[in-house]
Design a protein around this ligand. Structure first.
Ligand code: NDP
Length: 482
């Protein structure tokens, strides 16, 4: 086996290989491969927070149910607090005390036909753009069961077409941004119901008509709904559901909604504040970057690992819509002036963070696409040739990059991601508006957990090769710290 390190190329003899393998018996290695293939995307349901055995299983199940019930309520009352209570958490507590649980229940909007129409028209338009716009065919990574899904790479075209259609709709008076703002609670409520219906559909489809062999039950109804049954369900051959929910509804909805909020500020106050301009410009740049790199997204954990269920599909449809957009939602009703120097500083720093995050993702994607031939930061890349076995017993090879951004820490790209989120939120400054900062806070927890989950996943997929990568790049996220 050849291991290329930043210090050069190491050729390991069979004896050395055997020695490196000692920490892993053959039986354990086979079990790890089977676990990787069979349980991909189903999370750990046997333990949580260090609990194991029966207590761990009960805690994992209780945590799952609490998440499924709690997240919709959190998303809805986040919207309510930002739009009706000036974003104040103490205001929310005061409201709960005054109105009682009955009043809290009554504040949950029932979707009107207009709200449903917004959701359905947007969903249908995005599905049509996904199917009809031209794009190169892109082969996704090999799945645990040895399949290689094919996608149409037309995300950038869909992004510009959607923004153009939205702006034209506003110009010709077909779309009213202020009406979208006013309907937002109902739209969130409709999306929630729609997503629950989608999860039920995905469960039935996964059970009776899966699109591929990358599907299966966890043995538990709750986990089959929460984690999903299929890795990449499709309607027909071409409508990839995860691309539709995560990219074309979730991420695209983010881009459209923040534009609507900025225009609503203009409609009501006669101008758009510099805080709104900075926040929306950074978020639009981030979403554009996402679509520019969409083929890379098809090689990330969301797609390769997490199945289509409540966690992913409900999350992308509702959580992105309600939580990720929150700075602009707040600013739509509360214009804040930053002043030129501060606004410019936030804008430039945010752009730099988004660029670094993009460059790290791009570096890994180009490295893999060119089979490690492309120079990284002007030098030959340091790499590890890692073999693994798919669930059907086929031996495959992947390259792991251990230089450039990927040599600083194993998940360095999460740091600029978090920095960018802070920089587009910080235009909403002030302690009494701390609820808006929930997104960067949540993102930090999400990405730290993801770094942990990805290490576990890659460890069971690549075994000793991953250990070698960890030896060469010892830091998980923060270089020289952790
Ligand atoms: P990553 O881009 O970190 O991809 C993880 C996969 O990459 C691993 O499972 C492994 O897959 C492969 N890999 C890991 N290390 C290496 C290496 N050294 N060289 C080559 N390949 C490697 O996935 P994420 O989905 O976590 O992140 C993708 C982007 O999405 C990031 O920019 C992140 O910040 C962003 N993100 C944003 C979120 C948000 O809510 N705003 C949430 C999550 C992510 P393989 O099996 O192919 O080897």
């Amino acid at each position: 086996m050849t291991v290329t390190t930043r210090h050069g190329t190491e050729v390991l003899s069979d004896a050395e290989l055997r020695q490196r393998r000692t920490s892993q018996s053959p039986a354990k290695a086979v079990k790890e491969v089977r676990d990787w293939a069979a349980s991909a995307g189903t999370g750990d349901r046997h333990g949580v927070w260090g609990l194991s055995g029966v207590a761990g299983e009960i805690a994992a199940l209780a945590g799952t149910v609490i998440l499924m019930l709690g997240c919709p309520a959190f998303a809805l009352y986040m919207w309510y607090t930002l739009t009706h209570l000036d974003g104040s958490v103490t205001g929310l507590l005061g409201f709960i005390t005054k109105a009682g649980w009955r009043g809290v229940w009554d504040a949950w909007p029932t979707p009107s036909w207009a709200a449903w129409a917004h959701v359905i028209v947007f969903g249908v338009v995005e599905a049509a753009l996904q199917l009809l716009l031209p794009g190169k065919m892109h082969k996704g990574p090999v799945t645990p069961k040895g399949n290689a899904p094919v996608y149409k790479a037309n995300g950038v075209q869909a992004f510009f077409t959607t923004i153009a259609l939205f702006l034209l709709g506003c110009w010709f008076g077909i779309i009213d941004p202020a009406r979208i703002y006013d309907l937002m609670g109902e739209i969130l409520s409709a999306l929630n119901r729609f997503s629950l219906g989608l999860c039920a559909f995905l469960y039935v489809k996964g059970k009776f008509a899966p699109s591929s062999s990358d599907s299966g039950t966890t043995g538990s109804f709750v986990y089959d709904i929460f984690w999903g049954m299929e890795l990449y369900p499709r309607i027909g051959k071409d409508l990839d559901i995860k691309t539709w929910t995560n990219c074309r509804m979730g991420m695209m909805g983010w881009a459209v909604l923040i534009l609507a909020y900025a225009l609503r500020q203009y409609q009501v106050y006669g101008s758009i504040s510099d805080s709104m301009l900075v926040s929306v410009a950074l978020m639009e740049l981030y979403v554009f970057k996402f679509f520019l790199w969409e083929t890379g997204y098809w090689g990330t954990m969301d797609i390769m690992h997490d199945r289509a269920g409540y966690y992913l599909c409900w999350g992308c449809l509702n959580w992105i819509t309600a939580i990720y957009t929150s700075p602009a939602l707040y600013l739509a009703g509360h214009p804040i002036t930053l002043g030129g120097p501060l606004a410019t500083a936030f804008l430039l720093a945010g752009m730099a963070a988004i660029y670094i995050n993009y460059d790290a993702d791009r570096q890994r994607q180009v490295f893999r696409a060119t089979n490690g031939q492309q120079k990284v930061w002007g030098r030959e890349p340091s790499k590890i040739e890692a073999t693994y076995t798919t669930g059907d017993g086929q031996e495959k090879t992947s390259l792991l990059l251990s230089s450039g951004w990927w040599g600083l820490s194993r998940h360095f790209h999460y740091l600029p991601e978090i920095s960018a989120a802070i920089l587009w939120t910080i235009p909403v400054h002030g302690l009494d508006r701390c609820l808006v900062y929930f997104y960067p806070f949540f993102l930090t927890l999400l990405l730290l957990d993801r770094a942990y989950r990805d290490d576990v996943r890659c460890g069971s997929k690549y075994g000793k090769f991953w250990k070698e990568y960890c030896r060469q790049v010892p830091y998980k996220v923060f270089p020289f710290v952790w």
